[in-house]
Ligand binder design. Structure first.
Ligand SMILES: *[C@@H]1O[C@H](CO)[C@@H](O)[C@H](O)[C@H]1NC(C)=O
Ligand SMILES: *[C@@H]1O[C@H](CO)[C@@H](O)[C@H](O)[C@H]1NC(C)=O
Ligand SMILES: *[C@@H]1O[C@H](CO)[C@@H](O)[C@H](O)[C@H]1NC(C)=O
Ligand SMILES: *[C@@H]1O[C@H](CO)[C@@H](O)[C@H](O)[C@H]1NC(C)=O
Ligand SMILES: *[C@@H]1O[C@H](CO)[C@@H](O)[C@H](O)[C@H]1NC(C)=O
Ligand SMILES: *[C@@H]1O[C@H](CO)[C@@H](O)[C@H](O)[C@H]1NC(C)=O
Ligand SMILES: *[C@@H]1O[C@H](CO)[C@@H](O)[C@H](O)[C@H]1NC(C)=O
Length: 522
């Protein structure tokens, strides 16, 4: 009898091995460890390229697709994602009393850049007022022009922004202005051509201060009211520690900086050589974030918030076969949650009409985002795979507004895990299997078997959990994902399909396929 049981479990273990199943134990603290970090209700937020802002919001009436896509997220946490609008085109923008909304000139499109940023933009007051079409509760940061180094124009833009947020339409919509950012990626102005090759951080600080004084007066910035987002650097060429040492925070406008922003794309050059399976890499996710630790520490030490104010997988609108894939959704989940464990308050994933790394395309497109080839019929507004990452992460964060996160030690190079607490209680956990299962993969799809052991309080710990899975056909798929059985690939961005929740017996553990993520609620 005894032998019989043993041989059964032995053959079970052997058959699991045959199927490519790797078993592992993961310890989950039942109370939040001291290292746990706050998990913002707007962890996954968006940076919007401002040259096509009216298409995101709608003009005569709101863009229902954008609204619904943001609102789906807001429903999961009680707060819609924050938006930063500006970026590359922020430094090419002039405000004019003679323009209602926008006049923009765009370079020719190409196969490499089907949807280039505008080369010049002129905006009027109506441009900023379109913020009224966002979900109630949206908190915004707007960029103004430092590229021109014209304090009159920067102040004109800021005055128009403040005026928009004071209109009844925007107030009634309960969309608020939190911060103004002056200059996008000013550290690389010598590369983008706004300044000469001898551009220095000293000059930056003095030019920022010279523009920030008039901007702060024009927009009525004050402590406890609308404030500044500082830095917004594109690379480590300038860093927050340098501008702190140069006294930026002691200047009159610098005293109004409440948040420090830095930008990060995991891949900036040589994207032609990168592959999706090399991109889905737990170690690289970590090293792309830990490099900011000295800046995060210096920022927090001064009592300021720290955000990755613009981010994405691959710079210059993303790479085909990486940024637009289902695998990228797994990357977004691990990258965002890893950022939270390092004390990063929010990440602003960059979005432009027709970019490859978008979470959603807000309007119909008549040219391919991958190679600029004509699309006939046009492709209607749609969510892209990374959108599902937001659904999973916001489901993990929940509605408490006070969730905390720790990373779990998962003994696998490309499987990660995190636990989330509310108060002193373990609420949820997520596991992300980043091993790439591609459409070219053959044989049976590998999986891992995770056994949880609760630690920290004897005899406690849930016996059951509810699992919701992010189901992906292949890492290189560009559509057809589901989360908890539901698709968001619908005409109106609202979910379709019955909610599928699995009951997990904690004693038996949970299986996770390659290229899959699972959210457990205890
Ligand atoms: C998991 O833990 C159990 C109990 O301590 C142990 O018997 C088992 O060998 C462990 N499994 C792995 C894969 O380490
Ligand atoms: C600065 O901006 C103002 C307002 O747009 C404009 O009238 C002025 O000509 C600009 N100055 C320079 C030097 O371009
Ligand atoms: C910009 O300045 C940095 C030093 O701050 C230098 O390393 C870099 O080569 C410069 N780039 C250009 C295009 O001048
Ligand atoms: C994790 O992924 C990276 C990138 O694909 C790969 O180099 C590494 O071998 C993977 N590790 C494991 C254990 O599969
Ligand atoms: C960031 O991630 C990319 C893509 O995986 C990798 O090639 C690069 O080496 C990483 N960079 C750092 C600084 O870790
Ligand atoms: C796409 O639409 C734009 C704006 O209506 C138009 O100018 C352009 O010619 C169209 N391109 C194609 C390939 O149909
Ligand atoms: C989508 O996935 C379902 C199963 O999950 C499959 O039957 C269907 O063929 C897939 N469609 C596409 C377009 O990949």
């Amino acid at each position: 009898m005894h032998f019989q049981v043993l041989s059964t479990s032995l053959s079970l273990a052997l058959s699991l091995l045959d199927l490519g199943v790797r078993a592992m134990n993961v310890s989950v603290p039942v109370i939040p460890p001291p290292s746990s970090q706050p998990l913002s209700s707007t962890l996954i937020s968006f940076s919007i390229e401002q040259d096509r802002w009216p298409e995101w919001t709608g003009v005569q009436s709101r863009n229902e697709f954008t609204f619904n896509a943001l609102d789906n997220y807001g429903k999961l946490t009680g707060k819609p994602p924050a938006l930063r609008v500006g970026a590359d085109s922020e430094d090419r923008t002039t405000w004019s009393p003679d323009v209602d909304i926008i006049e923009a000139m765009f370079p020719l499109s190409s196969a490499a850049t089907p949807y280039p940023e505008a080369s010049t933009i002129t905006v009027g007051d109506g441009f900023y007022e379109l913020s009224k079409f966002l979900p109630s509760g949206t908190v915004m940061t707007w960029g103004v022009n430092l590229g021109a180094n014209n304090a009159t124009n920067a102040a004109n833009m800021a005055r128009s922004i403040a005026k928009a947020f004071d209109t009844p339409a925007v107030k009634n919509a309960q969309v608020t202005l939190a911060m103004i950012e002056i200059g996008n990626e000013a550290d690389i102005f010598n590369f983008t051509g706004f300044r000469g090759s001898d551009w220095s951080v000293e000059e930056y600080v003095s030019e920022w201060e010279a523009n920030a004084g008039p901007v702060s007066q024009a927009a009525g910035l004050k402590k406890g009211g609308v404030t500044f987002q500082g830095a917004a650097f594109g690379t480590p060429q300038f860093n927050p520690r340098e501008i702190f040492a140069l006294g930026i925070l002691d200047s009159a406008p610098g005293k109004l900086i409440t948040t420090i922003s830095q930008h990060r794309y995991s891949i900036t050059t040589g994207s032609a050589d990168a592959t999706l399976s090399s991109f889905l890499n737990k170690a690289n996710v970590r090293s792309n974030l830990t490099l900011w630790q000295p800046d995060i520490a210096a920022t927090k030490q001064r009592g300021l918030r720290y955000v990755i104010g613009e981010t994405g997988s691959v710079a210059f609108h993303g790479a085909p076969g990486i940024s637009n894939t289902a695998g990228a959704a797994l990357w977004v989940i691990d990258y965002s949650l890893q950022a939270a464990t390092l004390g990063i308050d929010e990440l602003f994933f960059h979005e432009g009409v027709g970019y490859k790394y978008n979470f959603l395309q807000p309007v119909s497109l008549n040219r391919s985002i991958l190679d600029n080839s004509p699309l006939n019929p046009v492709q209607p507004p749609h969510v892209m795979p990374s959108y599902y990452a937001g659904i999973l992460v916001y489901s993990l964060i929940g509605t408490s507004g006070s969730a905390k996160i720790v990373e779990l030690s998962v003994p696998d190079d490309n499987v990660s895990g995190y636990a989330v607490y509310e108060g002193s209680t373990l609420k949820r956990a997520v596991f992300i299997n980043m091993h790439a299962w591609l459409s070219s993969s053959t044989g049976s799809r590998p999986s891992v078997h995770i056994d949880l052991s609760f630690i920290g309080a004897s005899g406690s710990g849930a016996k059951k959990a509810i699992a919701k899975r992010l189901v992906i056909g292949h890492a290189d798929d560009i559509q057809n994902l589901t989360f908890a059985g539901q698709s968001f690939e619908t005409a109106d961005a609202r979910p379709d399909g019955e909610l599928v929740e699995e009951s997990v017996d904690i004693g038996k553990g949970v299986d996770l396929l390659s290229t899959e993520a699972v959210l457990l609620s205890f």
